[in-house]
Design a protein around this ligand. Structure first.
Ligand code: PMP
Length: 406
């Protein structure tokens, strides 16, 4: 039973004043029954729903929370900048500091521009590439998510065919398909946009192969097109710089958001000098794009990531969780596929085309205090501890029992 002011009561009120009760990917009708829609509080690696139940949070607000909810260093930077001012007639000095930090940090970046959401950044990358090349066509991997704007939303209701004109599709990690898509554009290729790794919903995650990354770079160089890395989801969580730096491949443009400011609304486009003139020429802006508080949060977040050695910590914790899950799955005789980086795990069950097993598993883990997702990658944050991972594994034990019974 939901208490007064609890989840059920809030849903009933929302249903009257919000179409469908909630919009987009946070609508719990997209999830198995049992997920709370409303949350009242968060701290470190935990969240509380509107019924007062506490969970180990393995969604981390779908990526933005990287240091933990209410990180004290970020909160202090936010308080200092809030006292000075946030939404002003132009940017505060912290904008320059943040752009300098980003340019210093990311190997391919000679300049930076700031926005709010990931979709702002991916759209800006495409716009800048088109302005720079004077061409139209953008190649996008089938199934990759780049935001919910008309050119890229996965649910095309309300968009027109023209919104998606000038696009081609290829398959992630399949260089021949990228070459074929490029050939089909004739001499009109403006850009190729690729996520840092393959983290599409509902399919096993894949790291980019070296041959694919190098091939994509060579193809863009040969055709005079911009290579865009969409690092909105993976960016800064797994590496200090751009995801493809690890492979020695540098893009021309990159899009960032999510983890950049530990939950404060901020996105960035980083680019090479060759795109600087076009980036200065396009007109992209927003009422809140120069908000100083999220920028101060980002400066503090990036410094704190370095201080604690973020990628190594998440790798260690994620490896512990992955090994524990593999162990449990084996003990219960359940086919579980864990894919992607250990700090951004995706768990899918064998022989589960309708996600019934995933649903049963997650419902049971919810009841045992772990907030997981049945078909989207999850996220660890730096406030999680081994004790939290043990709590997830204890909840997973109940989950595996439910799958066995399903
Ligand atoms: N690109 C990627 C890879 C993403 O994961 C997302 C968000 N999930 C976006 C772009 C869009 O970001 P936003 O929802 O902040 O517009």
């Amino acid at each position: 039973m939901s208490p007064p002011g609890g989840d059920a009561a809030l849903r009933a009120r929302a249903a009257r004043v919000v179409p469908g009760g909630m919009w987009g990917h946070l609508d719990t009708r997209r999830l198995p029954a049992g997920y709370p829609q409303f949350f009242t509080r968060a701290e470190g690696g935990h969240i509380w729903d509107a019924n007062g139940q506490r969970y180990v949070d393995l969604m981390c607000s779908w990526g933005p929370i990287v240091l933990g909810h209410h990180n004290p260093v970020v909160d202090a930077a936010v308080a200092r900048q809030t006292a000075l001012g946030d939404c002003l007639n132009g940017p505060a000095p912290v904008m320059v500091e943040l752009c300098e930090t980003l340019v210093e940090r990311v190997a391919h970046a000679d300049w930076a521009m700031l926005q709010k959401n990931g979709g702002d950044a991916t759209t800006a990358c495409v716009t800048i590439a088109r302005a720079a090349t004077g061409r139209n066509t953008v190649l996008i991997a089938q199934g990759s998510y780049h935001g919910a704007l008309p050119w890229c939303t996965p649910v095309p209701a309300g968009t027109t065919a023209e919104d998606r004109a000038n696009q081609g599709r290829f398959i992630y990690n399949d260089l021949a398909s990228l070459q074929a898509a490029a050939d089909a554009t004739g001499s009109d290729l403006a850009a190729v946009i690729i996520t840092g790794f393959r983290h599409d919903n509902v399919v096993d995650q894949e790291m980019p192969s070296l041959a694919f990354a190098q091939g994509a770079r060579a193809l863009c160089d040969r055709l005079g097109a911009a290579l865009i890395i969409d690092d909105v989801r993976a960016g800064f969580r797994l590496h200090r710089g751009c995801s493809w730096e690890r492979l020695g491949v540098q893009p021309d443009l990159s899009a960032w958001s999510k983890a950049i400011a530990n939950g404060h609304p901020l996105a960035a486009v980083l680019g090479r000098d060759s795109l600087r003139e076009a980036a200065a020429r396009v007109f992209i802006t927003g009422s809140f794009w120069c908000g100083a508080v999220p920028m101060a949060a980002a400066v503090a977040t990036l410094a704190e990531m370095d201080r604690i050695g973020l990628p190594d910590y998440l790798e260690e914790l994620g490896s512990y969780l992955r090994a524990g899950m593999a162990n449990l799955a084996q003990r219960h005789g359940v086919g579980l596929r864990q894919s992607g980086p250990v700090a951004m795990p995706l768990w899918l069950f064998d022989d589960d085309p309708g996600f019934e097993k995933g649903g049963a598993f997650c419902r049971a883990t919810l009841e045992h205090g772990a907030y997981l997702h049945p078909r989207h990658n999850m996220f660890l944050n730096a406030a999680h501890t081994q004790v939290d991972m043990d709590a997830v594994l204890a909840a997973a034990e109940a989950g595996f029992r439910a799958v066995g019974a399903a």
